[in-house]
Design a protein around this ligand. Structure first.
Ligand code: ADP
Ligand code: MG
Length: 289
């Protein structure tokens, strides 16, 4: 059983036009994710509320300006080489736009072969191919249909499922998914979420699911954290938070949508904020593969 703990995590950025020259993107974020039993925890908030900052901090892409992120009790920014390799294997990202992660000049197979090599899954080419095919099947992609293709030859939903196939191969303890379905249409969105739910059930993976879409939160169930202007204002089971919100901001979010209706979820999608969720151009955009 593994635990990721955030303790008082703060992320400030230099910013012009603010009184002290700083912008505080994240304030005192304190929460834990555990792998046993596996969880689905949604992090919901509007654009600019600090969601991607949390993802980047947990993934070790950005060191917070204060506070600690611990994996099994150890500061993730002070791990030994071997511990860091173990963390990188067990905490895997999925981002909003997989297109930016694929190199347009290489076939999509490369992303999967790189995972085989980087994480030493096997040295045997036939076994590697068998693993790749098994993982593509696990995310309902036909290997014959996608292998050998270039990123632009696949749909957004297929590219995103290749990233899920990669995760299926690696079997991490934690998946940090930052708005992974924002650019997908309703039916493909549902397929994607169902795969994450399968991963929890079949492989014990815990997902931190970042979204600005409340209907997605309802669909996933599990726990939810609500973030507003860099502060996590509420955390609890989706059912209780949505039915009895204790924070005014959560109430405000909920007031803007009708009560959940399982049959209507995918036709009447409600956005917390329809301006989209753009990471500023200044933010580091680190390719993961
Ligand atoms: N590298 C950066 N430099 C300066 N400001 C940033 C940087 N990254 C994020 N921010 C700012 O921090 C705040 C939170 O951003 P972000 O975590 O991307 O929010 P979200 O993912 O919820 O939309 C925003 O005001 C954003 O403009
Ligand atoms: Mg974001």
């Amino acid at each position: 059983m593994s635990v990721i703990e955030l303790e008082g995590v703060e992320q400030r950025f230099h910013a012009r036009g603010t009184p002290d020259g700083y912008l505080t993107a994240l304030k005192d974020a304190t929460f834990t994710l555990h792998s046993d039993p596996p969880q689905i925890v949604s992090l919901v908030g509007q654009s600019g509320s600090g969601k991607s900052t949390i993802a980047r901090n947990i993934l070790g892409l950005q060191k917070p300006t204060a506070g600690l992120i611990k994996y099994d009790g150890k500061d993730i920014f002070k791990l030994s080489r071997a511990e860091n390799d173990n963390y990188r294997r067990n905490v895997q990202p999925v981002f909003q736009d997989p297109y930016s992660i694929f190199n347009p000049f290489y076939r999509v197979d490369r992303v999967l072969w790189k995972a085989v090599k980087k994480f030493n899954l096997t040295r045997d080419r036939a076994k590697g191919l068998a693993m790749i095919e098994e993982s593509l099947n696990a995310v309902s992609l036909d290997p014959a249909n996608v292998l050998g293709r270039y990123p632009h030859q696949l749909s957004g939903g297929q590219r995103q499922r290749i990233m899920l196939a990669r995760i299926h191969m690696l079997r991490p303890e934690f998946v940090i998914a930052d708005e992974p379905v924002s650019m997908l249409d309703a039916q493909i969105r549902k397929t994607f979420l169902d795969i994450l739910l399968d991963f929890r059930r079949d492989h014990g993976m815990t997902t931190l699911f970042i979204t600005h879409d409340l209907s997605t939160v309802y669909y996933l169930g599990g726990d939810v954290m609500v973030i507003n202007k860099g502060s996590i204002v509420e955390r609890g089971a989706v059912t209780s938070v949505m039915h009895e919100p204790s924070h005014p901001y959560t109430r405000l979010l909920l007031d803007s949508i009708p009560p959940p209706d399982p049959d209507q979820r995918w036709t009447n999608r409600i956005e917390v904020d329809d301006s989209g969720d753009q990471t500023p151009a200044t933010a580091p955009q680190e390719p993961v593969v």
